[in-house]
Design a protein around this ligand. Structure first.
Ligand SMILES: N[C@@H](CCC(=O)N[C@@H](CS)C(=O)NCC(=O)O)C(=O)O
Ligand SMILES: [Fe+2]
Length: 370
């Protein structure tokens, strides 16, 4: 069972897809935003259910599609806890194990290229991100990189794996695809048979140009690839046609809310919140509508009072239906309002058909039992 290796030519990035052949559950490592259509097509064509979208580190040279894959394919996001990717649902520590189907993948802390970088071990394979490259290694001159730390990660942690372990790097700039721990231990030009001092001298002498997209990529990757201008700007035709500002994933809504950019409004009834669970700190404002009901002035007044000028409203209901109606009404009141996809609990039909739960409470976001 080999991983599927996918390539982004613009950044020479490798993305990996690991599959449990029995259950068709899959994990993606280091997905690239510009390749999301390809990756979704691969998932569809192979009948895969994407369980995890994983990062080896916060990339400096391309933007991840992790948040989009969470939204479009239902994956959960996971990232090394030391990388500061606050939107990742799971913050991984050294030795943590992620399951997909009956398969397991283990996180290995391998700092140095960046302070939080991790590698992932699955069966006889190791996905090294930019820690160990083929006949090379990641640079250490930005993002709290450290040559001495990288030396330890390479020589102690990674070279401590069995020699036959297949090495799958995060990039290759010369078309090579994989290597083995034994090969790299014996011949890697930067680190094989080098002392720490020699290695540090080599790293200090690289003088590489800055990645072209550094300024844009790092901030976006710290929120799983969501750009801070997402959904902002002038409304386009599609948004005007639907009557509200747009649909957002629970994760993006949570990130906006935490950043103080948006007010979270729960439009379910008090009874539902008590019975099913609620989000501490959200504004509770029931959206009630029945045939012939012209206007719900209590909702209008409550919303106007809850959402200060200049802030967005992100609207949550049970499954993402009432919140659309409420978002349309909010837009009529002049509020930049977004519908939270899947609501609090997700669509029960979707759950039944795909065996997977969506919604706020299944994405690792804060909530409490009523
Ligand atoms: N030239 C590339 C940047 C290449 C680069 O700096 N890659 C990083 C990984 S994010 C690295 O560690 N490279 C190590 C090396 O090239 O030896 C670009 O502009 O995107
Ligand atoms: Fe990198």
């Amino acid at each position: 069972m080999d991983p599927l290796q996918l390539f982004d030519p613009a950044s020479c990035t490798y993305t990996y897809l690991l599959v449990d052949d029995t259950t068709r559950d899959a994990v993606i490592i280091d997905p690239v935003d510009e390749q999301i259509e390809r990756d979704l097509a691969v998932l569809r064509a192979r009948g895969l259910r994407l369980v995890w979208a994983l990062e080896t580190h916060a990339h400096a040279d391309h933007i991840t599609s992790a948040a989009q894959l969470a939204e479009h394919a239902g994956a959960r996001t996971a990232a090394p806890e030391g990388c500061g990717i606050a939107t990742a649902a799971v913050q991984l520590k050294d030795g943590d194990v992620l399951s997909f189907g009956s398969e397991q993948l283990r996180a290995l802390l391998t700092p140095g290229h960046t302070a939080g970088s991790m590698s992932y071990v699955w069966r006889g394979h190791v996905f090294t991100g930019d820690t160990l490259l083929i006949n090379g290694c990641g640079r250490t001159d930005f993002q709290s990189g450290s040559a001495p730390q990288l030396y330890d990660s390479l020589t102690r942690v990674l070279f401590g794996l069995p020699d036959a372990t297949v090495v799958w790097p995060g990039h290759d700039y010369q078309g090579r695809t994989h290597s083995t721990i034994g090969t790299e231990k014996a011949g890697n030009a930067r680190v094989a048979n080098r002392t720490l001092a020699e290695f540090v001298a080599i790293m200090n002498d690289l003088n590489l140009p800055q990645p072209r997209r550094l300024e844009e990529a790092v901030p976006a990757n710290l929120s799983s690839g969501l750009r801070h201008d997402a959904g902002g700007g002038a409304p386009d035709a599609a948004r005007l046609a639907q009557g509200y500002a747009g649909d957002v994933s629970p994760q993006l809504a949570h990130a906006w809310w935490q950043a103080g950019e948006a007010v979270l409004v729960d439009v379910r009834t008090d009874a539902e919140r008590e019975w099913v669970g609620f989000v501490p700190g959200a504004v509770g404002l029931a959206w009630k509508q029945w045939p012939g009901m012209a206007l719900n002035s209590a909702f209008d007044e409550g919303l106007r009072a809850a959402v200060p000028a200049g802030k967005k409203a992100v609207l949550l209901c049970r499954s993402g239906v009432r919140s659309i109606a409420a978002a349309r009404r909010a837009a009529e009141l002049g509020i930049e309002a977004y519908n939270i996809l899947e609501g609090f609990e997700g669509d029960p039909d979707e759950q039944a058909h795909r065996g997977r739960k969506g919604g706020w409470r299944f994405h690792g976001l804060p909530w409490r039992q009523g």
